[in-house]
Design a protein around this ligand. Structure first.
Ligand code: ZN
Length: 137
């Protein structure tokens, strides 16, 4: 059986109903208030299912809809209008260059030297002087 979408005016939300094609055009009871909801076409969803100006869907799970996909969070921050962090995964950071690796090595060496000096002078090195594997989780 195909899935059809219906709109409840009272709840101002959309819900889905599985039913035979022959009954697709009949109204369906709203999943929230049980009032009759009218069938809508998928293309009209974006037009009027809004939560705080963003599409919503019934039963209301508190989720938002972004370009027809369900997301937990509203699109905030610096994403561009048609992107969403849960859909358009941010690109992985570029691999560190040879220069970056050299700088990181230098920092590690300096830390190690500092740590050795502290141990030699009887001072217990603080957490951030320890190599990562020896730090408390
Ligand atoms: Zn309703």
């Amino acid at each position: 059986m195909p899935l059809y979408e219906y709109y409840c005016e009272d709840c101002d939300g959309i819900f889905e109903v599985l039913r035979p094609i022959t009954r697709a055009s009949e109204s369906a009871p709203c999943v929230v208030c049980e009032k009759a909801g009218e069938r809508i076409m998928p293309t009209s969803i974006a037009a009027f299912t809004l939560r705080d100006g963003y599409p919503r869907k019934l039963p209301d799970k508190g989720t938002f809809w972004h370009l027809g996909k369900e997301v937990k969070q509203r699109n905030r921050g610096r994403m561009r209008a048609f992107e969403h962090p849960e859909i358009n995964k941010p690109k992985p950071r570029p691999r560190p260059s040879k220069g970056d690796r050299e700088v990181a090595n230098e920092i590690r060496n300096l830390r190690a030297r500092e740590r050795d000096k502290m141990i030699a002078s009887g001072v217990r090195p603080s957490e951030h002087h320890l190599p990562r594997r020896l730090r408390k989780p």
